[in-house]
Design a protein around this ligand. Structure first.
Ligand SMILES: *Cc1c(COP(=O)(O)O)cnc(C)c1O
Length: 357
């Protein structure tokens, strides 16, 4: 793309938030990246401008029909001052996969990387440095035609905002309690489960809320047809260690193909473990549990990296995993992944992308 990124700096930089009390997704930096799409003209006018509210016509299509996609990744400041991203080309590729499903025109992967690199460099002083903190990167695309008919929009905006976020595990890694969802479903094959599209999350809220009321932090989704096969957890993919073998549900169109999931599979195989991607029923998991063979359960995703599961509730049948404590493999994956991401461990996998030296 011959487009050069125009940069318009803010005249009123904000006060930076307290690094020890950042939370997640509550504070935003001084600038954002925006690029427009118009049919016939393509993606154009990439620019970094002061962070500000969007002005949208009330008829803007995304507000009515949800034609939107998003991504989530993190930038870390290493101890040596380098700014690092983790496998960002995978997220940039996944944008185009999500776009294709949602009828949004693709954007060149290298150009998106360049845009994010430029924005993160402009906002370098916003990257927190306290242990476990990072700069969360949220790219997203919205349909912007002011039109009340159901069809793909002819105009879009690609926007990237940044949010300094706190340590996910401020009080040490605590295994979560998960409710196996047997009433609501998230996705079906042929649907949009593999795309990071806004509507998937709106559709998940009711199950999430009811699980919270029962004292569970997230739900484990089962397949949308038979409610039998294990799919994924909220915003995480899921792994099981059963009798020494690692099992994770195979990607068959209804599961989001996580970058952390892929990285965990690669590391486990490199460590010589047996990893199997296949369909697994909740009954099979329960039987393995009853036979004393379920050794670890953990989720993988950008926000938590690795989230150990201490308890599963399937229809009132409680499975307590590893005495409710983090398992050795979960801990090893967490240490290795966060070590590579923050530059404290050598990256033998070639996953590090240096934004600035
Ligand atoms: C984003 C997401 C994941 C995790 O993907 P990562 O690339 O590892 O962050 C898993 N499941 C769902 C539904 C998601 O939205």
């Amino acid at each position: 793309m011959a487009n050069t990124i125009r940069i318009e700096k803010t005249g009123a930089p904000k006060q930076k938030p307290d690094q020890n009390n950042l939370g997640f997704g509550q504070n935003f930096t001084d600038h954002m990246f925006i690029m427009d799409y118009t049919q016939g003209k393509g993606w154009h006018d990439p620019r970094i401008v002061p962070y500000a509210p969007l002005t949208l016509d009330p008829a803007t299509m995304v507000l009515h029909y949800g034609q939107a996609i998003f991504e989530g990744m993190k930038a870390y400041k290493a101890k040596d001052g380098r700014v690092l991203l983790f496998r960002p080309e995978k997220n940039m590729h996944r944008i185009n996969v999500s776009n294709d499903r949602m009828c949004i025109p693709p954007i060149d992967v290298q150009f998106k990387l360049e845009a994010i690199k430029t924005l993160v460099n402009v906002e370098k002083d916003w990257i927190p440095e306290a242990e476990g903190t990072s700069l969360y990167i949220r790219p997203f695309i919205i349909a912007t035609d002011p039109f009340l008919g159901v069809r793909p929009s002819n105009t879009y905006q690609f926007i990237v905002i940044l949010s300094p976020v706190g340590a996910y595990y401020a009080e040490g890694i605590n295994p979560v309690k998960i409710y196996v969802e047997n009433k609501y479903v998230r996705a079906v094959k042929g649907g949009v489960g593999f795309a990071k599209t806004a509507g998937n999350y709106a559709a998940s809220l009711k199950a999430q809320m009811e699980a919270k009321e029962k004292g569970y932090s997230q739900v484990l989704w089962l397949d949308g047809v038979e409610r039998k096969y294990i799919e994924e957890v909220g915003t995480m993919n899921v792994f099981f260690k059963i009798n020494g073998e690692i099992v994770t549900p195979s990607l068959e169109g209804s599961i989001l193909p996580g970058v952390t999931r892929d990285s965990a599979v690669e590391l486990l195989e490199k460590w010589g473990m047996k990893v199997t991607e296949r369909k697994m029923t909740i009954q099979e998991l329960y039987d393995a549990y009853a036979g004393g063979m379920v050794e670890e359960v953990f989720g993988t995703g950008t926000a938590a990296v690795i989230s150990p599961v201490g308890e599963l509730n399937w229809d009132g049948k409680i499975m307590t995993i590893n005495d409710g404590k983090i398992g050795a493999i979960s801990q090893r994956l967490y240490d290795e992944l966060t070590g590579i991401q923050t530059g404290t461990r050598e990256d033998h996998m070639g996953w590090t992308y240096v934004v600035s030296d």
